[in-house]
Ligand binder design. Structure first.
Ligand code: GCO
Length: 476
């Protein structure tokens, strides 16, 4: 979700793995609705695990892969907290068979991963790199052989550097390069992959990559926000059109990081700031897609980049929307913030935090999901990411007994179940993440995985949360 910028100003009160975690876990009940005794999720509900290319693949110069903006950013001194890069990451490029075995052991029915655009098109456009494609061919076939449904995300922030050199998402032409890439990927892989997400969190990419620094490509300035949001939206619309024309029967959508925004205090200034921040964070990307309109407060900023017909292209019918949820956002009036004078403020209403410094607020997931029922016509939703980083400490026998993560997952899955019971059309839940990986500007310091990764040996070992979730999935 959010990089250091959010983590930084927050007090790092840790949710203790030991006593507090254990106390909470002892209160964990199985995932069955106490009142009815029936499983809370409908039959066919998808249980999945999520990852993304740059965070796990490594092999950054192998088989003709081009460089991406994240290669450039991570190699820039001072950008990544522990000085690391994704050059090797989890070495998934070479170890994907073992990783698929783990997905199967966890009982997941689906695996959401992203394609590295620069593996398929090292220069962004031009000829397709067959070696890059072969990797995804092998991965998909390995998943299907284990009866795991592959879910592709086409863009998880790793723009080919060659396109960045021509202006990246500030340029309208990048949207057309994206559509060509989507079409080619659909042509080659659409015979085996049904679910396609165009983008991962275009809002976070626009804010932290282009408006306030924290992510690649490291641009700053409010003037970048509207073009980057708009061109990504346009790209998603054109990508959906291209894939629909390429092959019938695909399930097409996109993924956003959506977080309810609450004011830090009840003052009018903070309440207004929260409304503005909601427009920037959530609605700038969401409303053009779902409603064909830009939020009023942003209309002036977007006007110069919107051409006739664009909003219609962006407002494509979609088959699903993916929601990544980590916490609510607590916002105050802050004249120094580049984001319409609204910024993160002190959190007084929550007492438990993850190792990222993010407040633990399962109710916020319920609130977000219900928001779609009341405000967006109850579309088909999937939670495409939810999870937490904690300071995992192995016990004497080497096991990681991450009761804090189990409590986190349990409370959020319960919140999702509540939303389903209250009529939200939620069809699946994907945990972030299958394994510990490169957490963007935080490097390898933050561990979100259900599998622990020893980066020296690349050994994967299941944490207690892996076994717990596997058991819940098996129970149906
Ligand atoms: C994001 C991304 C993931 C993150 C995860 C934890 O939301 O930033 O989709 O790549 O790793 O959210 O921050």
């Amino acid at each position: 979700m959010v990089p250091m910028l959010l983590a930084r100003p927050l007090p790092r009160r840790r949710f203790l793995a030991g006593s507090l975690g254990a106390a909470l876990a002892s209160r964990i009940s199985p995932l069955f609705a106490a009142e009815t005794g029936k499983p809370p999720f409908p039959p066919g509900f998808t249980w999945g695990a999520s990852t993304s290319a740059y965070q796990i693949e490594g092999a950054f110069m192998e088989d003709g892969r081009g460089l991406s903006i994240w290669d450039s950013y991570a190699h820039t001194p001072g950008k990544i907290a522990d000085g690391s890069t994704g050059d090797v990451a989890c070495d998934h490029y070479h170890r994907f068979r073992e990783d698929v075995d783990w997905i199967a052991k966890g009982g997941f029915g689906a695996y959401r991963f992203s394609i590295a655009w620069p593996r398929l098109f090292p220069d962004g456009g031009g000829p397709l790199n067959p070696k890059g494609l072969e990797f995804y061919d092998r991965l998909i076939d390995t998943l299907l052989a284990k009866k795991i449904e592959p879910w592709i995300c086409l863009y998880h922030w790793d723009l080919p550097q060659a396109l960045q050199d021509h202006g990246g998402w500030l340029e309208r032409g990048t949207a057309h390069y994206f559509a060509d890439y989507a079409r080619a990927a659909g042509r080659k892989l659409g015979d085996r992959v049904r679910h396609w997400a165009m983008f991962n969190e275009p809002n976070i990419h626009a804010i932290f990559g282009h408006t306030v620094d924290g992510h690649a490509p490291g641009l700053t300035g409010w003037q970048h926000f509207a073009p980057v949001v708009h061109h990504q939206g346009l790209a998603a619309g054109l990508g959906i059109q291209a894939l629909r024309a390429e092959r019938a029967g695909l399930k097409l959508g996109t993924v956003m990081s959506l977080q309810p925004v609450h004011p830090c205090t009840e003052s009018e200034a903070d309440r207004n700031a929260a409304t503005r921040f909601d427009a920037v964070w959530n609605r700038a990307c969401l409303d053009p897609l779902m409603k064909g309109a830009v939020p009023d407060v942003l209309a002036k900023d977007f006007a110069p980049v919107i051409r006739d017909g664009d909003l219609k292209t962006i407002h494509q019918p979609i088959d699903f929307l993916g929601i990544n949820y980590y916490s609510r956002l607590h916002v105050r009036d802050d004249p120094n913030s580049a984001l319409l004078g609204a910024g993160f403020g002190p959190i007084t209403s929550v007492s438990q935090f993850t190792a990222m410094g993010w407040p633990i607020e399962p109710d916020g997931l319920y609130e977000e999901l219900m928001n779609f029922k009341t405000g967006y016509g109850n579309p088909v939703l999937y939670v495409t990411e939810n999870g937490a980083a904690f300071d995992d400490k192995p016990s004497a026998d080497g096991r990681i007994d991450d009761q804090d993560r189990i409590a986190f997952l349990k409370s959020h899955i319960d919140a999702a179940a509540r939303a389903v019971r209250d009529g939200v059309d939620l069809r699946g839940y994907f945990v972030w993440s299958l394994m510990d990986n490169f957490e963007w500007a935080e490097g390898f310091k933050r561990r979100f995985g259900l599998l622990h990764v020893d980066y020296k040996t690349q050994r994967r070992s299941p944490k207690a949360s892996f076994d717990w979730l596997a058991q819940q999935i098996r129970r149906g």
